[in-house]
Design a binder for this molecule. Structure first.
Ligand SMILES: O=C(CO)[C@@H](O)[C@H](O)[C@H](O)[C@H](O)COP(=O)(O)O
Ligand SMILES: [Zn+2]
Length: 198
């Protein structure tokens, strides 16, 4: 039997529990930090593995293109999608550092790294957040219950209270659409940052 009701009910229950645990305040602070970064021309870097790699691409698609409104392009980069960078670095060095290497390339103090991992323990996402912290970037995490190793590395943590990867991913989708809409709303009337003069 197809259990569509159960999947929808699970997502709804998890969202309701997250809200009782203070989700709205985390959302507000994460959006504010991201808007501050983007308004100043600093990057939003996003990474994850598997379904979360697709989520990272999805978020960056909304930011660079558009979501619900017409507005200028936003400086967001997906660290999970450049096949040449990923395969060269993983092949020659390690898969564990495929994202942190790219954070090194794009890091700017006050920029944002958003790491997505349902376990909160994927080593390449953890390493990306460690390098982000060292570079003075703001760190945001989308995880499952407790946040795993990412908990202590994230300034703003969305820890969906579940240990089921697909159930967590469904809630992540809802959370990042909300995040994208709020960032877009705040950025709609922002002037483009001026290039620095030497
Ligand atoms: O999308 C799914 C399962 O729904 C899978 O591809 C899943 O993302 C992969 O197994 C990931 O490697 C899981 O990693 P993580 O969420 O623990 O960081
Ligand atoms: Zn979308």
């Amino acid at each position: 039997m197809i259990a569509l009701d159960r999947w929808l009910a699970d997502a709804e229950t998890l969202l309701a529990t997250s809200r009782r645990q203070g989700l709205d305040a985390v959302m507000e602070r994460a959006v504010q930090a991201t808007v501050e970064a983007l308004a100043a021309g600093r990057p939003l870097l996003v990474c994850g593995n598997g379904g979360s790699a697709a989520d990272a691409q999805h978020i960056v698609g909304e930011m660079v293109g558009r979501f619900l409104k017409e507005r200028r392009a936003l400086k967001a980069i997906c660290l999970s999608s450049n096949a040449a960078v990923l395969t060269a670095w993983a092949n020659d060095y390690s898969y564990e550092t495929v994202f942190s290497r790219q954070v090194e390339a794009y890091a700017e103090p006050g920029g944002v790294v958003l790491g997505i991992s349902t376990s909160g323990n994927s080593r390449n996402v953890v390493a990306a957040l460690e390098v982000a912290r060292a570079a003075g970037m703001v760190t945001i995490g989308l995880t499952g219950e407790g946040g795993g190793r990412m908990a202590e590395l994230c300034d703003h943590l969305f820890a969906v209270p579940s240990r089921s990867t697909p159930a967590i991913q469904q809630v992540h989708l809802c959370l990042y659409h909300c995040f994208c809409a709020a960032v877009e709303e705040a950025m709609t009337n922002q002037p483009a940052p001026q290039p620095a003069h030497g």
